[in-house]
Ligand binder design. Structure first.
Ligand SMILES: [Zn+2]
Length: 96
């Protein structure tokens, strides 16, 4: 990760992933807490920095800039890569 990329303001917040993630998850994942596998920072998915200028969207850690989530959508499928997270804690409505 270069400092120039981390300093870039050419991103939106992680709430931009809400629509895509809502297609495959029954709950709102933007409220989920994820831990960066790179630096250990824990934040809500909705607070990540999302770069959506390529074929898909890339969510980066607000602390170290490492890639946390990649999402690529095709007409009939979606590719999800969460390897940048060491965990994702998803709130379950009503404790279900
Ligand atoms: Zn990090």
């Amino acid at each position: 990760m270069t400092d120039a990329f981390i300093d870039s303001t050419d991103y939106v917040d992680g709430n931009a992933l809400g629509g895509a993630l809502r297609q495959v998850f029954a709950v709102d994942v933007t409220n989920a807490q994820g831990r960066c596998a790179g630096c250990g920072n824990v934040n809500a998915v909705g607070t990540t920095h999302v770069y959506a200028h390529a074929a898909g969207a890339v969510a980066r850690c607000v602390s170290c800039g490492d890639v946390l989530i990649r999402i690529v959508s095709a007409p009939d499928r979606m590719f999800l890569d969460f390897r940048g997270l060491s965990f994702l804690e998803i709130p379950v409505p009503d404790g279900r």
